[in-house]
Design a binder for this molecule. Structure first.
Ligand code: FO1
Length: 307
């Protein structure tokens, strides 16, 4: 069994690749980019994985449903409502159903399970927690939800700090902890170490489990050199005082990872990464198409899945 820690548009490629190769895969999804909007509970990372595995994801944007329209959003604009977060007409359904089920008292985990079955997805999708946690970006223009920072303010305000609000009071999903405990291999997707993977590995019971399974945990670098494969990983890492490089990624995952897959162009970082007791493995980590996704996932499974 393989467990993938995932979040954001970078991770879905690995989720898709692994799901094509492994029949026994579980994905633990980030939840700290979830937001309440228009009275709806929107879970972007869970939905990106769901749509990715259901093969309806808009691959160019990396979020939402391919070919979706935005009539609902247009109408919200006419009514003077916020429209910076582009919820598509077909996408709207999942937020509506989820919100109604939450109001009936169902947990986010059970709703996510119900939804993945509706989409006939065989891979398990587990929210890291049923509690609401949100990544807050503290900026010179005030404190804001990560979606407000990234989507509404186009990542322009200067960052003073980043925190996961609610994480101390939250409990990690017991299923997620069990999956990590019982997996032959745990893979950390090449997602943003701060905003996508950070909230998952900051939950004490998940972290503790990862620490004890460290030998079987492999991470894929989301950076080549100092640049992120996609999104604001470099920006968030620097804001947290972490070097934006594969070495910075290794340092961030030092306690929970024994192997790091890096780009074939990043040999210069290997010595420093080895000094942390982490082994490096060089290959092509850029996933531009399905072939790349399968190639990288095959590489990981052949190298690390000894089950
Ligand atoms: N990302 C954007 O950059 N702009 C959007 O308007 C936007 C809308 C959106 C709607 C539903 C959804 O599931 C995701 C959406 N995203 C949008 C992506 C989202 O901001 C990111 O994928 C994640 O939050 C990254 O962790």
């Amino acid at each position: 069994m393989i467990t993938l820690l995932a979040g954001g548009t970078g991770s879905v490629k690995m989720a898709r690749g692994l799901s094509k190769i492994s029949e026994d895969l579980a994905i633990i999804s980030n939840i700290a980019d979830n937001l309440w909007l228009h009275g709806l509970y929107v879970c972007p990372d869970i939905d990106t994985i769901t749509y990715g595995l259901a093969d309806i994801l808009d691959k160019d944007r990396g979020w939402g449903i391919a070919g979706d329209s935005f009539m609902f959003l247009e109408q919200m604009k006419t009514l003077g409502q916020e429209y910076w977060f582009r919820i598509g007409d077909r996408d709207l359904a999942i937020h509506l159903v989820r919100t109604n089920l939450l109001k009936e008292g169902k947990s986010l985990s059970s709703i996510t399970e119900w939804i993945r079955k509706k989409f006939s997805i065989s891979t398990r999708i587990l929210p890291a927690s049923d509690s609401h946690i949100e990544t807050r970006i503290e900026t010179t223009q005030g404190d804001m939800h990560i979606q407000e920072y990234w989507v509404k303010n186009h990542a322009k305000p200067e960052i003073k700090g980043i925190r996961y609000e609610g994480i101390k009071e939250a409990n990690a999903s017991t299923k997620a902890v069990e999956f990590i405990r019982n997996s032959d291999l745990v893979v950390i997707a090449p997602g943003n170490p701060i905003s996508s993977i950070g909230p998952i590995i900051s939950m004490p019971s998940i972290r503790k489990e990862l620490e004890s399974r460290k030998r079987d945990v492999v991470a894929i670098s989301p950076l080549i050199g100092n640049s992120a494969l996609s999104g604001p990983a470099s920006k968030y890492m620097e804001a947290m005082g972490i070097e934006s490089s594969p070495y910075g990624v290794a340092l961030h995952y030092e306690d929970i990872v024994s192997n790091l897959v890096i780009s074939e162009f990043d040999a210069e970082y290997e010595k420093k990464i080895h000094s942390l007791g982490i082994k490096t493995h060089k290959t092509n980590i850029v996933m531009q198409n399905v072939q790349d996704e399968i190639q990288l996932c095959n590489y990981i499974i052949n190298k690390f899945n000894n089950a």
